[in-house]
Design a protein around this ligand. Structure first.
Ligand code: MG
Length: 175
């Protein structure tokens, strides 16, 4: 029997779905970028796709560790075309801001329910969201700086090609 409230279990399951939808969104962006020959942008979003699946896995592991019930809901459809890399990163930033507010809601619910374990698990996600928003914002700034300059975009694409995947610490330390 789990100590997690029904409300908390529902919120955590909704978060799993939100993270999987994020994964879907970034996979779609990765393919759209690859289609335009932007290998670096495609790489950046392919790594983002993996990280979002990791986020979902961390929530799944947590729910299971607390004796909760995981319920995988359908993943809603995502867009498949964007006008420019800038449009992709602007949507990324606005989407991550939404995810940040969902994470904060989970923190507030945990505090409300005096669920210290969940509150503690959320700390990593709070920090992660700061990073998510910051990295999207940095890339938006760079893209705006080069504007329509093709060479500038080429350089940014090269830079994004260098991004490598790292297993997030909550999964790396799990046995
Ligand atoms: Mg996420």
């Amino acid at each position: 029997m789990t100590m997690l409230s029904e409300k908390m279990q529902n919120a955590l399951n909704a978060q799993i779905n939100a993270e999987m939808w994020s994964a879907y969104l970034y996979l779609s962006m990765s393919m759209a970028a690859a289609d335009k020959g932007l290998k670096g942008v495609a790489n950046w979003f392919a790594i983002q796709f993996k990280e979002e699946q990791d986020h979902a896995q961390i929530f799944i592991n947590y729910l299971l560790s607390r004796g909760g019930r995981v319920k995988l809901a359908p993943i809603a459809e995502v867009e498949t075309e964007w006008d420019s890399p800038l449009a992709m990163f602007e949507q990324t930033l606005s989407h991550e801001k939404k995810v940040t507010s969902l994470i904060h809601n989970l923190c507030n619910l945990a505090a409300e329910e005096k669920d210290v374990a969940t509150a503690n698990r959320m700390v990593w996600f709070v920090d992660e969201q700061v990073e998510e928003e910051e990295s999207a914002r940095d890339i938006i700034d760079e893209l705006k700086l080069v504007g329509g300059d093709k060479l500038g975009l080429y350089m940014i694409d090269k830079e994004l090609a260098a991004r490598v995947y790292n297993t997030p610490s909550p999964l790396a330390t799990a046995e």
